[in-house]
Design a protein around this ligand. Structure first.
Ligand SMILES: *Cc1c(COP(=O)(O)O)cnc(C)c1O
Length: 368
């Protein structure tokens, strides 16, 4: 049996580093917002090549806090892809703003920059590109629209740790350094995962960074002095120490993901299977390897029978969720088709070549 994801096996190579880190925190006597958080923030902004990193409690709050910090008028609109993960949309509504769904590019599954202008109104304040599955959105084109209309750009980088954006080749940058700010999640399943909930924001904006430091901690920049009605969205020392222990291996793990993605991309040959874009194999972070098949549920059942675990990211688009009846009138045919057809194959740094070969052969033998 090849499970879709086995977090125990994924964390095994990190075991001694994690043991040392957690013991250091235990012995320090300081458990929330301390030296470990400072250290991880520095390591992570250095990794992303940004000026600042602010550790927070999780990815949803990373995104929400940035949108709140920007202080847009209530009801301002934020553009987001119609096939985004629900947390991306939740961050907009939790900040008191209105999501405006934009159909994705059917080739890349990412926000389609050519569709942005038609959705902009006088209430539009920001664009929220989600680097879905670990591939960076077309940020040059998105930035061009943002600049023309004076919009902020908030990257949802929760699936894109170490993902490289090539642009036109003259200004190669990493996810997290492609907008005005980026929200990160370190949920255990992510490419850089904690042993619990954790998140961060990266930015090059010093004023924003300072405000976010206050907002995550009751709105206080000095103990018992409150400049804002803030939140409790602190990153704890234990998770920060674990993330510092795991960060040094992130690039090697992403390299392994890229090797496995290449195996899938060259090995899977099935007339009814659509593969993900293969033009940036060594740049994308391959958080997920997502293929499409018109009989997705049959393929899933067949793979399960053959001992291969899969998942679906995601089965229901945001506008069809019960939680969002305000969006229920929308018709989003591209997103709806993607949600019917996508299926995620096992891909993680500890899966073996033999396991990948078995999955490839099994898919190629599927008779639908
Ligand atoms: C995981 C994820 C989030 C939310 O992160 P949490 O830490 O679970 O709150 C947001 N956006 C995307 C695209 C994600 O994959």
């Amino acid at each position: 049996m090849i499970p879709f994801l086995d977090l125990k096996r994924i964390n095994e190579p990190h075991e001694s580093a994690i043991q040392a880190a957690t013991m250091r925190v235990l012995k320090s006597g300081w458990y929330v917002l301390g030296r470990e958080v400072d250290t991880f923030e520095q390591q992570f902004f250095h990794y992303c090549q940004t000026r600042f990193c602010i550790g927070v409690a999780n990815g949803l709050e990373a995104l929400t806090l940035v949108l709140k910090a920007w202080d847009f008028p209530a009801g301002s609109e934020v553009l987001v892809a119609s096939n985004a993960y629900i947390a991306s949309v939740l961050s907009i509504t939790q900040a008191g703003l209105t999501p405006v769904l934009v159909e994705p590019d059917p080739q890349t599954y990412l926000l389609d920059p050519t569709r942005l202008e038609a959705t902009i109104s006088e209430r539009t304040k920001a664009i929220l590109p989600v680097h879905l599955y670990g591939r960076c959105c077309e940020m040059d084109a998105i930035q061009a629209v943002a600049q023309q209309y004076g919009l902020k750009v908030l990257e949802d980088a929760a699936q894109a740790h170490g993902s490289v954006y090539p642009g036109d080749g003259t200004n190669i940058r990493l996810a997290g350094n492609l907008g005005d700010a980026a929200g990160w999640s370190f949920y255990p399943t992510k490419n850089l995962g904690a042993l619990g909930d954790a998140g961060a924001i990266t930015t090059n904006d010093a004023t924003l960074a300072e405000k976010l430091r206050a907002l995550r901690n009751y709105g206080s920049s000095q103990k018992y002095v409150n400049d804002y009605q803030g939140y409790n969205s602190r990153l704890d020392e234990m998770q920060a120490a674990i993330l510092s222990a795991k960060l040094p291996l992130l690039d090697a793990e992403n390299t392994r993901r890229r090797t496995l993605a290449r195996m899938y991309l060259t090995g899977i040959r099935h007339p009814d299977v659509t593969l993900p874009p293969a033009d940036r194999i060594d740049l994308d972070a391959w958080h997920l390897f997502v293929i499409r098949h018109p009989q997705r549920d049959m393929l899933r059942a067949y793979l399960r029978e053959k001992g291969i675990g899969t998942d679906v990211h995601y089965p229901i688009p945001p506008h069809q969720q019960v939680a969002y009846t305000s969006l229920a009138h929308l018709s989003m045919p591209i997103a709806e088709q993607l949600h019917r057809e996508v299926i995620s194959l096992p891909l993680n740094p500890v899966i073996t070549d033999d396991e990948i070969s078995y999955i490839i052969d099994t898919i190629n033998q599927f008779n639908d």
